[in-house]
Design a protein around this ligand. Sequence first.
Ligand code: ASP
Length: 474
Amino acid sequence: VALLYFRLFHIAFTIKKNSILFQNTSTATCSIPDAMKPHVYKFGGSSLANPERIREAIQMVRCDPKCLSVVVSAFGARFKGDLKATDLLLRYVAKIEQPRQQAKILTQVKARFAEIAAGFEETASFDTNRYWDHMAKIFAANKHADFFITRGEHCMARLMALILGFRFVDATEFIRLERGCYLLEQSKRQAKKIRLAETPSVVPGFYGLTLGGFVQAFQRGGSDISGAMGAELLEAETYFNCTDVNGVLDANPDLVPNAQTIPIMSFDELGEMASRGASVVHSYALRPVRRARIPVIVRNTRNPEHQGTLITRREDIPTRIPGSILGLAGRNGFLPIIISKDGMDEEVAFLATVTRIFADHGLNIEHIPDSRNAITVIVNGKAFRRVEKAIRNDLAKKCHPDSISIGNELALVCVVGAAMREHSGVAAQILNTLASERISVSTISQGGSEISIVLGISNDKYEAAMRALHAGLL
Ligand code: ASP
């Protein structure tokens, strides 16, 4: 029993500890003349979900003679509700003591890869069923979850290398990590040693190798990070992040059907949009290319003619109309926790104590509007409910508030655009637009950088607010 607990703990631990930190190293500017710099492509799971999608991805690569490296995710979902490779592999790992369930999952994984391999003559030499039996055996022996869950990328990269006729280079050959940190200098040395820049290659995304010799997975969606690392190491001219939408959209298309592609935006603007709920590519994943000053193009594999979105440095963006808005992002399901105490404004470090309590319980604070005698901590509603009792206890013990109350569920809507900076009337325009739809605003904040304005509105007005703001401002 002890051994079983140890194993389960080890697996849970290896799955959870995988967010990667980037050191603040600035990369030396490039020695290669611009025209000779290569392109790096990353294809997400949706671009590799079946042979048809893969053919589109292959076509994109073949049309670009400058493509030197292709970084791949494992296969993604083919339709709503379909499971991605990584979801299946995570389930497999979780069912460690249920061999029958594991066998079922393995059959699904094998079937998907066999279907993909069967779509291409070039893969005839690669028996994917044998590959997966072998990987399952290794996992049964070493119980190393990160190793197993990243085999989706590994298998996909081997198939893609055969189809493209490119060299397969395992990420473990050059991406070096230690204690959750990406080691740029060691990775550079390794990349040089294996001559990564000399021949076109396919590399599996989503993992690297620790100095201790273990495979370490990144956080979910981490192939974006691998692609950015590859682009930095190869001193790329451009990093193409290929997905199944026409770039970064100016609103969530599920809420705003006529959402449009943003043609050009800065890394900071992407960061604001992404952290407030816009999907596609996370700005954090782009840290390596940002510091190496490599522009990113988010492009649709299914619509390669579309220009997509160019993400670049602020200095390289043409001047926009002053006060203009770039896009909207948002999320709902937040709860405002209102902590009131007469005289809190005179208490040293009151806010610090409150935020510490939330942090100790693993809650990420989205936003803290305050008044003289009350602060409102806005957090994810579901996550808060799980630790509510403990947080209330701690607040009572350490902060002695007059009252703690919980308001109605909120949505946070974020209006983004660097052109709002130093321009008067933008907030008025936003508030007027919402007022004309009878949507009242519970909280509002704008940071000193003036790149975004965040509004808290009632959860049930979320969609209406998004649509109204899109129609009125964009
Ligand atoms: N396959 C991994 C995931 O689904 C990594 C990725 O696709 O970027 O999260």
